[in-house]
Design a protein around this ligand. Structure first.
Ligand code: KIV
Length: 277
């Protein structure tokens, strides 16, 4: 498949039980590599607050931050389905604010859909309104970073029956509200499986086991570019940080020792012109 991936294509993959690859990207060069690698869904996540901007949480991330990064990603991507992550307080204050901000991801950044966090009736109402406005929405339940700091901490959700039942109900409510997919973050694999079996829409998982239509990882975790912490569910495919650090050290040393630039790295003027100066 070389054409742009649509929700219909993703739904067909679900029906065929073909697993979907899903990864975050925040800038042009990495988005280009992900798209070339065949990744099917790309999330411009508000995790960029931590991975790119150096904040301790996602809460300080603004719409302005998100739009800038979403635009950079979409300039690079020809095929992958793109999702813009609604940052903290870009959809919570009112449905009007949510529609206005979500619309910007589509009209200004060429995202194909937006994602917002949380279950419960107020999120369901927002999703219903966005869907009616023609904006495809991915729900996000389980460990939801925008609420984790103040409410329940960065830990697995739904480990007891009461909480697991609530997650299953939330997932059903978000499907009923019109979400085209739902992201399950850090919930027990068996609970994710129950949700997968109950819903008709796509379920994508991060730290929620194998029983989902697709899997998401944060790109910086996958390539070893985020050192603050490493969750259990992360599979690191390459550890790129030491390689990059080594290159920077060599560059630094070369300058100290006048080994850079060499002849091939600078521009020349003919002797004939030089004497005229
Ligand atoms: O912002 C993000 O990358 C996310 C993931 C943590 C799921 O929402």
């Amino acid at each position: 498949m070389t054409e742009k991936i649509t929700i219909t294509d993703l739904q067909t993959m679900k029906e065929r039980k073909e697993k979907i690859s899903f990864l975050t990207a925040y800038d042009y060069p990495f988005a280009l590599l992900e798209d070339r690698s065949g990744i099917e869904m790309i999330l411009v996540g508000d995790s960029l607050g931590m991975t790119v901007l150096g904040y301790k949480t996602t809460l300080p991330v603004t719409m302005q931050d998100m739009l800038r990064h979403a635009k950079a990603v979409s300039r690079a991507v020809k095929r992958a389905f793109l999702i813009g992550d609604m940052p903290y307080m870009s959809y919570q204050p009112s449905i009007d604010i949510a529609i206005k901000n979500a619309g910007k991801f589509l009209s200004e950044c060429q995202m194909d859909a937006v994602k917002l966090e949380g279950g419960g009736s107020s999120t369901a109402k927002t999703i219903e309104a966005l869907t009616k406005a023609g904006i495809p929405v991915m729900g996000h339940i389980g460990m939801t970073p925008q609420y984790s700091d103040c409410f329940w901490g960065y830990k697995v959700q739904g480990k007891d029956a009461k909480m697991a039942k609530k997650l299953i109900q939330d997932a059903q409510d978000l499907e009923n509200a019109g979400a085209f997919s739902i992201l399950l973050e850090c919930i027990p694999a068996k609970v994710a499986q129950l949700i997968y079996e109950k819903l008709n829409i796509l379920t994508l998982g991060i730290g929620s086991g194998p029983h989902c239509d697709g899997q998401l990882l944060i790109m910086h975790d996958l390539i070893g570019l985020f050192e603050a912490f490493k969750p259990k569910f992360v599979k690191q495919y390459i550890n790129i940080s030491p390689l990059i650090e080594e290159a920077f050290k060599k560059y630094h040393q070369d300058i100290k020792e006048s080994k850079f630039p060499e002849k091939q790295h600078f521009y020349h003027i003919s002797e004939e012109e030089l004497v005229k100066i």
